[in-house]
Design a protein around this ligand. Sequence first.
Ligand code: KMH
Ligand code: ZN
Length: 445
Amino acid sequence: MNRIGVGLTVTLRVRIGAHDVHYAGELVDGARILGLFGDVATELLIRLDGDEGLFRAYEAIEFLAPVRAGDFIEATGVITKVGATSRTMAFEARKVVHNVRGQEGVPPSAADALAEPVVVCRALGTCVVPKELQRRPQLVLPSLSAAPPDLAQLPEPRPIITPPPRVIITPPATELILTAAIVGAEITRAQTPHLPITAQEIADEAARCADAGVSVIHLHVRNADGSPSQSRALFGEAITRIREKCDVIVQTSTGGAVGMGVDERAEPLFCKPEMATLNCGTLNFGDDVFVNTRPLIRDLARRIREAGSVIELECYEVGHVDEALSLEAAGLIGKPLHFQFVLGVPGGIGAREDVLRFLVSQVPAGATWGVAAVGRHQRPMTELAMRLGGHARVGLEDNIYLEKGVLAEGSAPLVARAAEYGRSIGREIVEPGRARELLGIAPRR
Ligand code: KMH
Ligand code: ZN
């Protein structure tokens, strides 16, 4: 259940001074960053409860990059759960400016504004405001930063001013749908021995993922030699085996593999899946081109609807979101819309926080959204999505590693880790029955 205050976000930005230095090399200790999180938490509590409250516990603190004197640090906190007296929060600190040091001929006062903020620390925390100190109703949302000046009006040389990121203060949905993409079309057995290929292997992996918390299986199938297939017979067999083992929403791919034609890609729709993907635009896909012309998208949208399947909109670029919205405006796809933001495909949109915040800002009311991110981006971007109120997809299709250099033994361990993270920030992982309600899929009889 959403409580008032969930999603409330506060950001502060400070310069780290020489007096903060604690270690050699002008290094600042981690406690300084936790102090910033403490201040962020305090402002959140004041805005929610009219009281400074108490910081009770930190968990999952990760120090990810060094902080030195002269750096500017932006610390953000978002309330993820509101109990009777407890307030759970997720924090992130980013370096936005750093001092340029040690370079010959560069003055000691030189500093660079970073084009890409560097995340230096993440943490989760719980604060408490005793009942008798809560002064509600008090919720005063932080105002967005002032609009940037009209650059054209400023004299030369004009400063480079990037608009502040849009602060998302919409309360995130607390219910969380986890999807596992367990097969894909590109990963090979040579890359990981844990890739399921036969219908039985696929069903076993789907069941393990269901036990770990997924309610949706994003499904591709393979020929016996491991090559990708869209054969309706192979899909039918895999779906039957999955159904024998567990109750999950099976979402079949209509993307298939790069180079497949529309008829081949549409084959799984003959199985009348509960859900099917619709890829919303063409993009460079690694060294290949994943072709989704507008006529092809419309053709597949029609076929998916005729199969009675609910559409998931796969967006790998900003323009794909506009394409999806235009399909809806033209009455070619039904509501509610479900966006899957696929981030970090080489040739597609980058796996970055500013990118995701922008994409989320384009999602119309009533729609759901989730994140699938490729390779090493899978964990941080799906965790960010969960913090921002979105859903998450993990699995071998997108990423085969649990940690750097450590293969995941199937998709289930990736699901288990995502589920644990989701729960730790107060998200409730839904069962397939509830996921059907949220996605507008008819209940299974
Ligand atoms: N294999 C990719 C080229 C989907 O399943 O709809 C496309 C893909 C998307 O996997
Ligand atoms: Zn896929």
